[in-house]
Structures are given as C-alpha cells and as structure tokens.
Write a protein that binds this ligand. Sequence first.
Ligand SMILES: C[S@@+](CC[C@H](N)C(=O)[O-])C[C@H]1O[C@@H](n2cnc3c(N)ncnc32)[C@H](O)[C@@H]1O
Length: 222
Amino acid sequence: MRIRRKRHLEERLKTLGDILISADLDIKDVRKAVKDKKYFDFSNMFQNFRPVNLEIGCGKGGFITECAKRFPDENFLAVELLENIIVMAAERAKAEKLSNIKFFNCGADYLARYIAPGSLNKIFLNFSPPYSGLRYENRRLTKDSLICDYTEFLRDGGEVLQKTDDKDFFLYSIDGFRRHGFSVTDMTEYIKYNPNENIMTEYEKKFAERGISVFAFKAKKL
Ligand SMILES: C[S@@+](CC[C@H](N)C(=O)[O-])C[C@H]1O[C@@H](n2cnc3c(N)ncnc32)[C@H](O)[C@@H]1O
C-alpha cells in the first residue's frame, strides 16, 4: 500500500530544525550502509553526557515525549521509519520545548551505521508490528540480526523493554533475547494499568480501552 505524503510535509519538516534528523542513506544496500559508519556523537547532539535511551518505531511519539518530560536527566532518541508519522511526533515534542529528545527518520536495519557500540542505556520496542508467519520474519524488530545490533548498542547492564499485544511475538522475542545471552525478567500479561509506573503508548491506550491484554518483558544485557 502506498502511503500518501501529508500535505505541506516539506514546509513542516523545515520548521522542525534539528529536533528531527533524517538518515543520509547515500548507500541503499543495507549490508554496505552499516559498514560505512557515521556514528552519532550524542554529547554533541544533546549537549550533555547523560544516558541515552532509544525507542524504535515511535509512531506519533506520545510515549517517548512523556518519557522525556518525566526524566529530564536522561536523553531520548526516537526512531521511526515513516516520515509522515515522525513529523507529527517531532512537532508534538517541539511544542513542549523539550531539549532532551530528538527524532530520527530511519529504518531499524540501518541503525548500526549510526549508533556506536555501548552508547545506549535502554531500548524501547512498543507494539512493533508482529509480522505473523515465517515469510515476514525478516521485518520483525526482534529478528536475530537486530538483537545482535541491540547487543552492540547497549552498555553492559543496559536493557530492552518490549510491549506487544501479540502473544506469539512476545514468546518469539523472549526466545530470541535469551538465545543471545540476555537475562529476561518482568514478564507480564496485564490489563490493569498503573499510570504512575507505566507510560502508555498510543496503541496501548487503544488496547486498554478495548480490554485487550498487553504482554511486556525486560531483557538485560549481562
Ligand atoms: C503499531 S505502530 C506502534 C507505534 C507506537 N510505538 C505505539 O505503541 O503507539 C508500529 C510503528 O513502528 C514503525 N516501524 C515498523 N517497522 C519499523 C522499522 N523497521 N524501523 C523503524 N520503525 C518501524 C511503524 O512505522 C509504526 O509507526
């Protein structure tokens, strides 16, 4: 399905300044692109040396913007594949005048070009498409090659936190992180939400309204 570009997208992108970064993918072949490193300098990007957390597939950015508000002593980088969507997320965070959040329009497979080893504190995967069926396994955000990348990106003791409504994807992801030596804890299936502890995403709010179970876990790099 082709997604129509939002009206006035170019003008909107221009007004966002450096809160929104676009991948400079001069090399389209992902295997070649990730070998040509263009690591982000996070101390320059955020103008401090605080821990950096990454969300992949941030959608409209509600979760990561709330994180940035609640945790001003940490930095947040939100990645989203679709320009149409990330523009809304970046506009929202810009309106909040937050200095500890940036958005990066890029596909997950290319992140190894930009994220230096050991540079991340946490990675959030919220309601990533489960891509049921083996035919689409290569698109999952917890396929083996991406778990290898996450292992590289995280500092020792760093964590991946995943939430999903899809039980098969939940079990598939837990199995993947365990096979890559992560310690998987805090596995939950919950319907009741504690807004003081759990920051809800846009998708999560929709599931909560419909009483749909949400699965979550934490995978720690040892
Ligand atoms: C179901 S939405 C969830 C959005 C948000 N995290 C939430 O929970 O409300 C999944 C998002 O992941 C993005 N996405 C899917 N595959 C991706 C990839 N390979 N790289 C970056 N983003 C991706 C999609 O474009 C979409 O916006």
